[in-house]
Write a protein that binds this ligand. Structure first.
Ligand SMILES: C[S@@+](CC[C@H](N)C(=O)[O-])C[C@H]1O[C@@H](n2cnc3c(N)ncnc32)[C@H](O)[C@@H]1O
Length: 220
């Protein structure tokens, strides 16, 4: 896919948001809803199965779902699923979660997990809300085992008052380039691969894009 090149460094306005109030306030109401259509959700589950990050590979898997809610879109449960998000009732309703962590990543980007302790880090339709995405993704690299993937999926829908202005200012190709660039600047990952996981062209459903990169082996 071709894409525009995000500014380097990101300008000051890039991570501003129309609603700068604490995210805990906006996400306080429990939303047991889906944020993309069924076909896009199916595409996320298919991608996770292809990458072998769910339980279908038959191996023990410890998976971290960042900015999680009541569904993590995995087709089969991994051995352990840590769901990190902002709404306790939504996380409680996540039947696959084995551990639930309430944390505002825009206040505290550091992840409360040991180095190399996960087999995959996922973030579905939420990367657009992060004001410190490079710091959070550097933490994702730290907690991943060498060779393990980070899987960032996004569509063209969002809560616009909570998305960063840089995200809202561009198109799908530009958003793909932004997510790729976040991972490059985070460091610790292989070159990110961007793909469209729903049909191209005049497809009428929600598009589902994925950016996947793997933790590079640790030096030394
Ligand atoms: C559009 S929903 C997506 C939920 C889920 N990942 C999914 O695929 O359905 C955005 C999610 O991001 C979480 N979130 C938003 N801002 C956050 C923040 N600052 N820190 C942690 N989680 C956040 C919210 O709790 C919400 O569940």
């Amino acid at each position: 896919m071709t894409s525009s090149i995000p500014p380097d460094p990101f300008p000051d306005w890039f991570f501003d948001r129309d609603d700068p109030t604490p995210d805990t306030r906006f996400y306080a109401p429990t939303r047991l809803v889906t944020h993309i259509d069924d076909a896009a959700i199916e595409a996320v589950g298919r991608l996770y199965a292809e990458l072998g990050v769910d339980g279908s590979a038959g191996e023990p898997r410890r998976v971290l779902d960042l900015m999680s809610s009541w569904v993590s879109h995995l087709r089969t449960p991994p051995a352990e699923l840590v769901a990190l998000g902002l709404n306790a009732a939504e996380l409680e309703a996540n039947a696959m979660a084995t551990t639930r962590v309430l944390q505002d990543l825009n206040v505290e980007p550091d992840l409360p997990f040991p180095d190399a302790s996960f087999d995959a880090v996922l973030c579905c339709v939420s990367i657009d809300y992060l004001v410190h995405p490079v710091e959070v993704l550097a933490e994702a690299a730290r907690v991943l085992r060498p060779g393990a993937p980070v899987v960032l999926t996004f569509s063209n829908r969002c809560f616009p008052t909570k998305a960063v202005h840089g995200w809202l200012a561009t198109d799908d190709a530009g958003r793909g380039a932004i997510v790729v660039e976040y991972l490059r600047r985070a460091g610790g990952f292989s070159e990110p691969e961007l793909s469209l996981r729903t049909p191209p062209g005049r497809y009428r459903g929600d598009p589902l894009y994925a950016v996947v990169a793997r933790r590079v082996p640790l030096a030394g």
